[in-house]
Design a protein around this ligand. Structure first.
Ligand code: FMN
Length: 193
């Protein structure tokens, strides 16, 4: 059975992005480790639709007849890819102390009641089987794990809500201060995976 990787990039930069080559290096590393690998790639920065009223009606399976919206179909595909994957690799720049908006929009489409989480009498329960998530996090000056980092803590919390707790962070933070040193450390961290 092939090892399925879901590879997501979220940086608005293409040419000079730091997170994109690092997430690609990590996917190559995982390809080396797992002989038979399939990779599904999504460049979320190219656009993720926002949920609207009709889409919410599709999600809620409202009793009135609604046609499926394009956004609900995108959500269905994204949810299936998530459930099918053995590992996720996410290129993740810190934007304004949190995640790029495209990743938040993606999260809004994969948090699906009855599919990826459910509410029980004792609270919410994640329905996604645990899988490895690699976060390749870049920042200009915000230290990862600091009080100003609302990115990594939020992403970990969100995945835990869906049932995924095995999250490994590869960090290339404070790139404004010491870019070469920080990138070299991140590359070493990936090579050691
Ligand atoms: C819109 C925007 C917001 C940013 N906000 C932050 C921030 O809050 N903290 C920080 O340390 N760096 C911030 N940065 C810098 C990026 O995190 C940094 O340049 C990182 O390398 C981006 O990843 P990339 O090179 O893959 O695009 C911001 C960059 C952009 C474009």
């Amino acid at each position: 059975m092939s090892f399925k990787i879901l590879h997501l990039d979220t940086s608005g930069r293409i040419k000079d992005s730091a997170s994109r080559p690092l997430s690609a290096q990590l996917v190559s590393r995982l390809r080396e480790k797992h002989k038979d690998t399939t990779v599904t790639y999504r460049d979320l920065a190219k656009g993720v639709p926002f949920i609207d009223e009709e889409t919410l009606l599709c999600f809620l399976n409202a009793p009135r007849v609604v046609s499926r919206t394009r956004t609900s179909m995108v959500s269905d595909s994204m949810t299936k890819e998530l459930l099918d994957a053995d590992a996720l690799v996410i290129g993740l720049p810190i934007y304004n102390f949190s995640v790029p908006g495209c990743l938040k929009a993606y999260f809004d489409l994969i948090a699906r009641a009855g599919l990826t989480f459910k509410y029980t009498e004792s609270g919410a329960e994640g329905l996604v089987p645990n899988k490895k998530v690699y976060l390749v996090v870049t920042s200009g000056g915000t230290p990862i794990g600091s009080d100003a980092d609302f990115c990594v803590k939020y992403v970990k919390f969100f995945f835990a809500f869906l049932g995924i707790t095995d999250v490994e962070v590869i960090k290339a933070d404070k790139l404004m201060l010491a870019p070469e040193e920080q990138l070299a450390k991140a590359k070493e961290q990936i090579a050691a995976i």
